[in-house]
Design a protein around this ligand. Sequence first.
Ligand SMILES: Cc1ncc(COP(=O)(O)O)c(C=O)c1O
Length: 446
Amino acid sequence: MSSAELTRVSNFQKEAEAYLPGGVAGSGRFNPSLGYSLFLKRAEGPRLYDLDGKEYIDFNLSHGACFLGHGHPAIRKAIEEALDIGVLSGYETEYTADLAKTVIDMIPCAEMVRLGNSGTEGTMLTLRLARAFTGKKKMLKFWGHFHGLHDYVMYNAHAPQTPQKPGELVPLVRESAGIPEELDSLVLVVPWKDEEALEKAVRAEGDQIAAIIMEPINYNSGCIVADKPYMEFVRDLAARNNIVLIYDEVLSAFRTGPSCGQGYYGVTPDLCVISKAVANGIPAAIVAGRKDIMVMNTPIGDVLHSGTYCGNLVSVMAARACLAEITKTGFYDHIYAVADKLYSGLAGLFEGAGVPARVQGLGARFGIHFGFTEEVKTYGDTLKHDGQMATAFLRACANRGVYFHSYGRIAAGHHGFSASHTLEDIDEALNRIESALGDMRRGETI
Ligand SMILES: Cc1ncc(COP(=O)(O)O)c(C=O)c1O
């Protein structure tokens, strides 16, 4: 993007700021590395076109929602079917139970299913269910794991940005103003993959902990992965202490395969939340899990869950169409072929350019950890992330027509590709990124 073009895009940002705080509908739209949010004219497959007509190969995909690619024909057709029926919310159709049955067939923990509209709503419901089921109040989460924006979970998704003692609780940090400090008494945070810290916390307060919630693949912190023994350890500890184990698969769902993160590890939680990729950009969230917990939902049980838009027909039809695509033969062969080419290609480019950056990918999403060449194994490791280098890279890439979103300077964040990215698209993206790295080297980053 030339300086003149950048100025035009910035002007849209400025105009929007007069009417919208920060010029955006939600703060995650703003790209802090670029200093503006992308204002799009349209998007198709793996490509975005901004208001100036500039084209980008997209590695954000609506924060991971558009797993099939933008404007996918099967999703479009599904939306049209919903339009023909009458854009229904607040009524049931034959299609909701059909979607639920598909989810139950695909996802190990799913014995029953509830529908909502966002990941935030989904994690909120799982916690309410866990509290009602166990009769306990506290929730344990992990440092660096993000579970949406409701008050109960807005702790330590990033902070503190200081090293923590292994084997200990992490000091609580509310990630937003406006969260009552009284809620602190209901939250415990420990480092992920630290068995001692978790065991100690459960030994001390297990009789008060209703739920352990985690991202089974910690994509939000740049794709940090656990292993089966650790996941089994948590599973077992939760079961022995009457604690509901919740996998927040809002971002991990379907990235590694049709059975999600839980299928990847072969470890089954009590409840899970699936969102984003499930309906390819149409708002939908699915809470699924054990029948004895799920039947606590109203109108059978007394855990109140409902909403005007829960299971609205557009979302249901989009999700059915999306899952039909995901389960087609060869779908994941393509995902893994693209993953191999992209992740090894990127790593090769960084090495060739002498840029210390670790590409960590699993399935269709990945992180780029600047300042690292070794594997980033814990959230604590990410504290050494070189935010300045990340910003220079993201700006240089945007300039050359490759879009990576930024979630701030403090962590790697998450990137990804869609099923619509072809191997040729990846070749083209890698060529553009190579040019971007050349620009960075010459100090030509804007
Ligand atoms: C793991 C995880 N949980 C929950 C959420 C919140 O989902 P939503 O933005 O749909 O409310 C997100 C969003 O990025 C997420 O990545």
